[in-house]
Each structure stands twice: as structure tokens, then as C-alpha cells.
Design a protein around this ligand. Sequence first.
Ligand code: PEP
Ligand code: MN
Length: 261
Amino acid sequence: LKIKNIDFGSREIIIIAGPCSVESREQLLETTKDFVGSGVKILRGGTFKSRTSPNSFMGLKEKGLKLLKEAGEKLNMVTITEVMSQEQLEIALNYVDIIQVGSRSMHNYPLLTALGKLKVPVLLKRGFGSNIEEWINASRYIQNEGNPNIILCERGIRTFEHATRFTLDLSSIPIIKNRTGLPIIVDPSHAAGDSELIIPLAKAAVAVGADGLMIEVHFDPDSALSDGKQSLTPKQLKKLIDECKKVALAVDRVIDPQDKT
Ligand code: PEP
Ligand code: MN
């Protein structure tokens, strides 16, 4: 799957990074200022937020999309944001390159069907209460309407374990590869819910064959309006990429083909 200069499912492992939520121009600027040349290929930023509590920050919506587009252009990077409805989709299509379907929307069949009628690349996250077969079926709602441009994203499932926010099901990566021809990436941030766990889980994801990683980053995680606890600082992101590069090499993959080190 090719999106501009990005080739999902190739030998290259694609790094998607950015804040959980777009909060302000300054926040995007501070968070992304070292992205160029770092190995990050796609800028993420939530603008329509799917929050567990209705009292939480709900995102800047179209204003956030404008800031995300501006930041993406400045960095010369592909952008991605989540939508939860067809109404939000119509708006987001004017601003981003990839549409994210969040874990809580995996079963939103009208949304999946609407995405299937377009050619826009879709990142389909696994529902945290869904098994692999249900997840693959959700992808077919998009595929069957004629849109083959799908990337799957494992982001953890609910189990009895409470030491992590969700349990990262890394077995889904080889299973998805065997059962579908779709690229699959891993989001260790939402699975772990704890910044301390992100680097080891990201390395494991690379080792098991993930085609990419989605990492939440914030220049000041303590002040983040959402998911600060699991957000890496830009410095920690650099460490993650450095460590993942070594694992990538061991499994005959590469994180940044331009990197000659
Ligand atoms: C997100 O990526 O910000 C998000 C809300 O993730 P998930 O849908 O996996 O919870
Ligand atoms: Mn988040």
C-alpha cells in the first residue's frame, strides 16, 4: 500500500508519531520539531476524540484539523486523524491523508461502508473487545465496497490483567499476516497506557513482524490534555527509534532507509 512516498508492507517499518490530541499550534511545533530526519514518517494527531468519559477533552475538531494540516505541510509529512462518524469523515477528508477508525468504532459498519466507497487509506484499529476474526470481518466491510487501501492496527485487548491498560496481543501480527494480505502496525501506547512500557513493547512488535508503529508523543506529557501517562517525550521517541532500528536489522527490516548509520 503506497501513500505518497510511504510504502506500507514493504521492508521498511513505518513510524507514525504525534500527540494523542492536537491541542495548539505551539504544542504541535514543540512536539514535532525534531521529527524531520528522525525516522518518523507520518504525523498523527487526534482532532475528534473518542474518550471513555464524556467529561474528558473532546478535541479541537476542525480547528485541530487545520493545525494538523499546517504542521504536516511544514514537516512535509503524511497526516492521520481519527473520525467516529460519516459527518466527521466529510470534514477530515479536506485535511488529512489517512483516516483512522478507532478501537471504539471498529463495529461502526455505516462508517466502514462509507470508507469503503472512497479510495482514502484507512487505518483500522482492533476493537479492544474484538477477536481477530471480527477485526478481519470489519476490514472486509471496507474492502467489499471497493477500497483496498487498509492498514490494520493492533492496539491491545481487554483481559483480566490490570497492570497494563490493555493487553498487547502480539500474536495477532503473524496471524493477520497469514490470513490477510494487509499491512499491520502496532500501537503500544494505548495498549500499555504507561510510557515506561512503550519502548520494550515497540521492540517486541518489530521483532514479531509489525509493518509499522504508532507512538503517542508530547513535548510535556504531564500537561497533555489526553493520554499524557502513556506519551513519550521527543527524547524518549528518539531512544525508541534507535533501539527499534537494531531489532529491525535483526529481522531483516529497516526503519529509515535514508539512514546510513
Ligand atoms: C487514539 O489513537 O488516540 C485512540 C483513541 O486509540 P484507540 O482507538 O486505540 O483507543
Ligand atoms: Mn490517545
